[in-house]
Design a protein around this ligand. Structure first.
Ligand code: XMP
Ligand code: MG
Length: 190
C-alpha cells in the first residue's frame, strides 16, 4: 500500500523521491513515545501547543492526540524555504493575536535545519511572556547549525538530505505522504 502510494506520487517536474527514510509505523511509534514523555513532563498543567505551519500540521495532529492532558492548540505560520534552498529570510504570520502570557508553551516544528526559523519564532514567542517555552521538533538535521538552540524533544536526528512527506513539502507537493522520504532535485548532482 505504502509502496504504491510512493510510486504514484514520487515524481515532480524538477526531481523525484529516491527512498523512504521513516515509514509510517516508525513515525507513529515515536510520536506516541513523545506524547507520553510530554504528558509526564507537563503533568498537572495545561500547556499551549503552538503548531508551526504548514510543515508541522500532521505531526501536531498526531502528537497532541498522544498527549493525555488538556491542551490548547494554536497555529503560527512561518515561511523560509523556496524549493530546497533556504531564502535566508523567515516570515511569520498569525502571531499578532497569540495570547500566551503566563502559559506553558510547547512549540511544535516539523524540522530544524539551519535553525533560522526557530530563532525567529522563539524570540517572537518569548516576547509574549509565556511561563515557560520548549521546543518539540520531529526531525533534526545532524549538521552544524547556524544558530544552535535548545530542543527539548526530538523525534529523529537525520542526515543532511532534503525530505518530504508527513507535512514536509517540495514546492507545496508531497505533504500528504504518510511517511518521510528523501527528495532528490534534478540537476548536475542528481
Ligand atoms: P531552518 O533552516 O530555518 O528550516 O531550520 C526550517 C524550515 O525549513 C523547511 N525545511 C525543509 N522542508 N524538507 C522540507 O520539506 C527539508 O529537508 C527541509 N529542511 C528545512 C521546513 O519548513 C522547516 O520548518
Ligand atoms: Mg517547505
Amino acid at each position: 500500500m505504502t509502496e504504491t502510494r510512493t510510486d504514484n506520487r514520487s515524481r515532480h517536474e524538477s526531481g523525484r523521491i529516491t527512498r523512504v527514510l521513516l515509514d509510517e509505523e516508525r513515525l507513529h511509534a515515536r510520536v506516541r513515545e513523545l506524547g507520553a514523555e510530554i504528558a509526564r513532563d507537563y503533568a498537572g498543567r495545561d500547556p499551549v501547543v503552538v503548531c508551526l505551519l504548514k510543515g508541522g500540521i500532521y505531526f501536531t495532529v498526531d502528537l497532541t492526540r498522544a498527549i493525555d492532558l488538556p491542551v490548547t492548540l494554536e497555529f503560527v505560520r512561518a515561511r523560509s524555504y523556496v524549493g530546497t534552498d533556504s531564502t535566508g529570510r523567515v516570515e511569520l504570520a498569525w502571531i499578532d493575536g497569540l495570547d500566551i502570557a503566563g502559559r506553558h508553551v510547547l512549540l511544535v516544528e516539523d524540522i530544524v535545519d539551519t535553525g533560522l526559523t526557530l530563532i525567529e519564532i522563539w524570540h517572537a514567542l518569548e516576547a509574549r511572556s509565556p511561563a515557560s517555552l520548549a521546543l518539540c521538533a520531529l526531525l533534526y538535521k545532524e549538521k552544524l547549525l547556524a544558530h544552535p538552540f535548545p530542543i527539548r524533544y526530538i523525534g529523529f536526528a537525520i542526515e543532511d538530505v532534503f525530505v518530504v512527506g508527513y507535512g514536509l513539502d517540495y514546492d507545496e507537493r508531497f505533504r500528504n505522504l504518510p511517511h518521510i522520504a528523501v527528495f532528490q532535485p534534478d540537476g548536475p548532482s542528481a
